[in-house]
Design a protein around this ligand. Structure first.
Ligand code: HEM
Length: 406
């Protein structure tokens, strides 16, 4: 297939998806900002630039708080996609201040390091149970058997989603997340719209139930805040719950399997980790840097900016390459080497600035819990078959990770 631009960056090319890091090195060498015609975006690949732009208030995740689509030189999304956009656009990740500040303040109380630390014993116990079951079976699919059920159960428990309904969360999330890829197909959009309608209806009903019978969960807490100070609209509450449920597991699932696959490909590092479990905290950070679970985040240019002499006008879109920033030799010594002992590791996988991942402390607990359980209970864990990558670029993951024990 012909290259889509003169850049080595080609997120539709399976060879690029298998290993995008050499193409990122090429981008970084060729300059600080590149116009990428296929998506009409400005690619930014250096750690210093990504880090600065994430904090730059001249950029935003949305422009709709300041401009109409027409004023911003963009077309409104097709009306048939409306259920997806209504859901997405009212979640804090796609809002800017003051709405973002108001919602984030309410939600963040549930996710402070101290609050989530109280969840740690439950997370560790659950990770232990899931791994014990995997061991009893002599292996299985690390994705389906451990990586997925752990974060899904934790975030569902926090929000108070009844156990019987939890199997529905993952397919809804996967269908909605399809829209975060570059150029989603018409079929992906249809699936995302259907999932948005169903997920919203489900949560509207659950919120109604919790209103009648409040519990100890986060949904009941948000209802109380809403009823007291009218600080969350009904739509914001639904969108916040969907965002928490989706963001609360999607990247953690991928970080777990990408991480273990990287370990299997680096037997010396895995052996060092098995010999010294106190490496788990730095290993978790290094694996998130080494194969970055979320590769690209976008921002709209609300007020003109200049990068290295290139003027980027209002209305343009910037695509920040997190995977590239995490492999920038200006910040990381020997960035292509997996080094589980790496201490100076300012990776950008959880973002920065006002949208910095609210779930980072929880994700770290979950990743450390599953890793520790696998090291302790499955010391002979090994790869049973070469995994297949998901054909996605933005959300980087595997179709499964088949493992054997014993
Ligand atoms: C390895 C796991 C995870 C990774 C790599 C990750 C990554 C990210 C990133 C990169 C962003 C910001 C995107 C941007 O700047 O445009 C973000 C935001 C967010 N994440 Fe995470 N995340 C993870 C786990 C979690 C978990 C467990 C939760 C649980 C609640 C969560 C909830 C959120 C929320 C609500 C936001 C939006 C914050 C805001 O807009 O202010 N994430 N995450």
């Amino acid at each position: 297939m012909a290259a889509r631009s003169d850049l080595a960056f080609d997120p539709w090319d399976p060879a690029f998806l298998a290993d995008p890091y050499p193409a990122y090195a090429d981008l970084r060498e060729r300059g600080r900002v590149h116009h990428y015609e296929p998506t009409d975006q400005w690619l930014v690949a250096h750690h210093a630039d990504v880090s600065a732009l994430l904090r730059d208030r001249r950029l935003g995740r949305t422009y709709q708080h300041r401009f109409t689509h027409q004023e911003f030189g963009r077309t409104a999304p097709p009306p048939e996609h409306e259920p997806f956009h209504t859901l997405n656009d009212h979640g804090m990740l796609d809002l800017e201040p003051p709405d973002h500040t108001r919602i984030r303040r309410l939600v963040s109380k549930a996710f402070t390091p101290r609050t989530v630390e109280r969840l740690a014993p439950y997370v560790r116990e659950l990770a232990g149970e899931l791994v014990s079951r995997l061991v009893a079976r002599g292996g299985g699919d690390l994705l389906k058997d451990v990586a997925e059920p752990l974060p899904v159960a934790v975030i569902a428990e926090m929000l108070g989603i009844p156990e019987a309904d939890r199997a529905r969360l993952r397919p809804w999330s996967a269908d909605i997340c399809g829209m975060y890829e570059l150029h989603p197909s018409g079929e992906s959009a249809q699936r995302a719209v259907r999932a948005s309608v169903e997920f919203s209806a489900y949560l509207r009903e659950l919120i109604e139930q919790r209103r009648k019978e409040p519990g100890e969960d986060l949904i009941s807490g948000l209802i109380a805040a809403h009823d007291e100070g009218d600080r969350l609209t009904e739509q914001e509450m639904i969108s916040t719950c969907v965002l928490l449920l989706n963001a609360g597991h999607e990247a953690t699932v991928n970080a777990t399997v990408n991480g273990w696959w990287a370990l299997f490909r680096h037997p010396d590092q895995l052996a060092a980790l098995r010999a010294d479990h106190s490496l788990v905290p730095t290993a978790v950070e290094e694996l998130m840097r080494y194969d970055t679970p979320l590769q690209l985040f976008e921002r709209w240019v609300l007020d003109e900016i200049e990068i290295d002499g290139t003027v980027i006008p209002r209305g343009a879109e910037i695509a920040m390459l997190f995977g590239s920033a995490n492999h920038d030799p200006a910040v990381f010594g020997a960035p292509e080497r997996l080094d589980l002992t790496r201490r100076d590791n300012p990776h950008i996988s959880f973002s920065a600035g006002i949208h910095y991942c609210i779930g980072a402390p929880l994700a770290r607990i979950e990743l450390a819990a599953s890793m520790t359980a696998l090291l302790e209970k499955a010391p002979t864990l090994r790869l049973a078959a070469e995994p297949r990558r998901k054909p996605n670029f933005v959300i980087r993951g595997l179709e499964g990770l088949s493992v054997e024990i014993g």
